[in-house]
Design a binder for this molecule. Structure first.
Ligand code: BGC
Length: 348
């Protein structure tokens, strides 16, 4: 069968090739791959900056934002032949640590977790793959092809859960949220903010085009300048770029008691001068909190499904700006200026 593979930490090594059928040991649910979303992590892997091949192998099947159709599943499983499914990305570490032991693998403590398409486990950009039933999330058929947005939405749903839990440490009645970055993660974070009735402000660099249009269509406000100029003191910041200057801007301008959740991963290449003493002062005197958030567990996939079902279908469909057939995978990996979410179509 065909799969898009890469040799991790080797730039330019991605290729479409014939690979073996997925082994039974990957799970009892056989899935036909339909679509895979491309995200910044995939770009990093393809550029040679991130990723791990499965043990004993050089190459990794790419893709962690999946949508597939079940071909066969054991009787009594939570999914059955014909169902649309999304595969959970992270698998618990084998020890397992306390968090993995209770299904909170997104908080794995020892780093020995694996991730489909990212870390030591083949991904979903292949014609067929197998899942363990407990890692196959059934998609409402009404969502159809948009089910491919489930994984990035789960990441954002977890970020919102972090904000809620930290905000809930005292009386918490947030009004304003700043989202930095109008890529898929930022737009989905904004979507959840609007669903919650918050006053949502999205910051990005582009002056015009799909991103500002999508923000306006959501009923949120789009900005290109500095946070302090157009939306000082938000109660919540969801940072979705990993750009160091924006991260610190977000931290500096939080309201008293505010929560900033960081979801973007910085490149680690840009040093920044920060007034750490002032930052410490305001964080302490104003009870501000900054939290990092990665990955998602079952609870977050369920929350993501609810948010996507609640959202305006025509709005979420506009997040997918390009669909590229598997044979043209290289086009999907070449960023175009107006891209939001690019999807590789593996099957129909
Ligand atoms: C994925 C997460 C994953 C993270 C780190 C993200 O792109 O959506 O599921 O945990 O990368 O590998």
């Amino acid at each position: 069968m065909k799969a898009l593979t890469v040799q991790p930490l080797t730039a330019g090594s991605a290729r479409l090739e014939d690979v073996d059928e997925p082994p039974q040991s990957d799970g009892t649910v056989l899935v036909q791959g339909l679509a895979v979303g491309v995200c910044g992590t995939d770009m990093e892997i393809v550029s040679g900056a991130y990723g791990w091949a499965p043990p004993g192998r050089d190459r990794l099947v790419l893709g962690h934002e999946s949508l597939g159709r079940v071909v066969e599943a054991p009787a009594g499983a939570s999914v059955a032949a014909g169902d649309l499914v999304v595969g959970i990305v992270r698998l618990p570490d084998p020890v397992p640590c306390g968090n993995c032991a209770v299904g909170e693998w997104d908080f794995c403590h020892n780093g020995q977790y694996t991730e489909h398409g990212i870390k030591s486990h083949d991904g979903y950009c292949s014609e067929r793959y197998r899942l363990h039933p407990e890692y196959a999330v059934k998609i409402d058929p009404g969502l159809g092809a948009l089910g491919v947005l489930m994984e990035p939405t789960s990441v954002v749903a977890k970020a919102w859960e972090q904000v809620d839990r930290i905000g809930g440490r005292a009386h918490w009645d947030p009004q304003t949220v700043v989202v930095t970055g109008a890529g898929p993660i930022g737009l989905l974070a904004a979507m959840i903010g609007v669903e919650r009735g918050l006053d949502v402000h999205v910051f990005d660099q582009v002056e015009a085009g799909t991103k500002p249009d999508l923000v306006h269509a959501l009923g949120a406000t789009y900005h290109t300048g500095r946070i302090e100029h157009s939306c000082p003191h938000p109660d919540i910041v969801i940072e979705c770029t990993g750009v160091a200057s924006l991260v610190f801007d977000a931290m500096e301008h939080l309201a008293a008691g505010g929560v900033a959740c960081l979801t973007g991963v910085s490149s680690g290449k840009h040093a920044l001068k920060v007034d750490a003493s002032m930052l410490n002062r305001s964080m302490v005197l104003e009870n501000q909190a900054v939290v990092g958030s990665v990955n998602a567990n079952h609870r977050h996939y369920q929350a993501a499904a609810e948010s996507l079902m609640k959202a305006d279908r025509s709005w979420i469909s506009k997040l997918v700006t390009r669909r590229v057939p598997l044979e043209h995978w290289a086009d999907a990996l070449a960023r175009q200026p107006d891209d939001v979410k690019v999807v590789i179509e593996v099957g129909t």
